[in-house]
Design a protein around this ligand. Sequence first.
Ligand SMILES: Cc1cc2nc3c(=O)[nH]c(=O)nc-3n(C[C@H](O)[C@H](O)[C@H](O)COP(=O)(O)OP(=O)(O)OC[C@H]3O[C@@H](n4cnc5c(N)ncnc54)[C@H](O)[C@@H]3O)c2cc1C
Length: 372
Amino acid sequence: MRQRIAVVGGGPAGLTFARVLHRHDHPVTVLERDPAPDARPPGGTLDLHEKLGQLALDKAGVLAEFHALSRPEGQAMRILDTDGTVLRDWRPRPGERANPEIDRGQLRDLLLGPLDVQWGRGVAEVVPGTGDGVLVRFADGGEETFDLVVGADGAWSRVRPAVSSATPNYTGVTLVETSLDDVDTRHPDLARLIGDGSVAVYGVNRAIVAQRNSGGHVKVYAQFRAPLDWHLGLDLADAEAVRARLLALFDGWADPALDLLRRGGAFVHRPLYVLPVSHTWAHVPGVTLLGDAAHLMPPLGVGANLAMLEGAELAEAVAAAPGDLDEAVRAFEERMWARAGRWATITVAGLERLVSPDPTDALALFDEIQAS
Ligand SMILES: Cc1cc2nc3c(=O)[nH]c(=O)nc-3n(C[C@H](O)[C@H](O)[C@H](O)COP(=O)(O)OP(=O)(O)OC[C@H]3O[C@@H](n4cnc5c(N)ncnc54)[C@H](O)[C@@H]3O)c2cc1C
């Protein structure tokens, strides 16, 4: 008899897991809290690495479709000094496909393909060790039992407490995100500044980064070190008040960088949290975690990549060992923990250098990455 498998969360981890299982003709129940795929803005662009996210897409059988949709030119990166001087202007070689960019919404739709997701099925709690398997309690009061529940429900996972008491900690760095639409026609000067990929300006303990998405959409991130309550007395829903506070924070920077904030629309507050580096847990039969639920780390271009590769690898392990599901999951966890621990160490150190008292740290990090 086929095992009853559920994945909680339809993000990069959960959808890749489900899509690879589907490719192996293994049934899987996908439980997603959002009421519909487009219920909220999907977020910015993701760069998918050849040996991580792209490998996962290959395992899902959709790598060719990814290549057709993705933007290799989006790998371009320009770095400015706070006075507007161009310090680096890196462009990918023709045919360079190491880390092409794709919009999150496009990636979601690509992975969704034939999957039958149960939308609007928020999970409240997971209880392992009941006589009939692992009990899933839903936010609407319903219950269902499975042989394996995979928590791919992100930073604030409701599945995680079934295996671990760890909770995310604030890094001391906050992002405030805004966006520009139709940049090529409405803001041609900023379109030239951003180019085909990203532009970053690094100052003392703060940075402004802008990334081109498809269709002339640009996401802008103001990044700064601040206590969690930096916005006390500020209404975060009041775009003009947030803009004024940010412009004061970046006072003295050259106009092109500040224009990215002046012309942005609404602002979204994203304090950065992380799980402890090398987060592991005592194996619990019938429950495991993937992606941010397992190893939330600073957003230095690897979280979705790891989440997807883990999803693909766990699905392959499950499909190859339907008779001994628990042993397959246990072996997968060991592999995931080792790899995620290495990346967590790298990204935590990277965040220290990108938002640093010495902005030359960020430049040096960029040079090291380009050289490697
Ligand atoms: C600004 C920013 C830029 C980034 N850029 C990159 C990048 O370029 N490359 C990269 O690799 N990574 C990047 N990341 C990191 C990346 O976004 C995450 O690591 C990745 O989304 C993790 O995928 P996931 O599937 O584990 O979790 P998520 O993407 O968080 O997906 C979790 C899913 O679970 C659902 N869910 C949550 N709770 C429940 C519940 N109780 N019941 C049911 N469903 C639930 C959510 O609705 C969501 O659909 C970036 C992050 C940020 C913040």
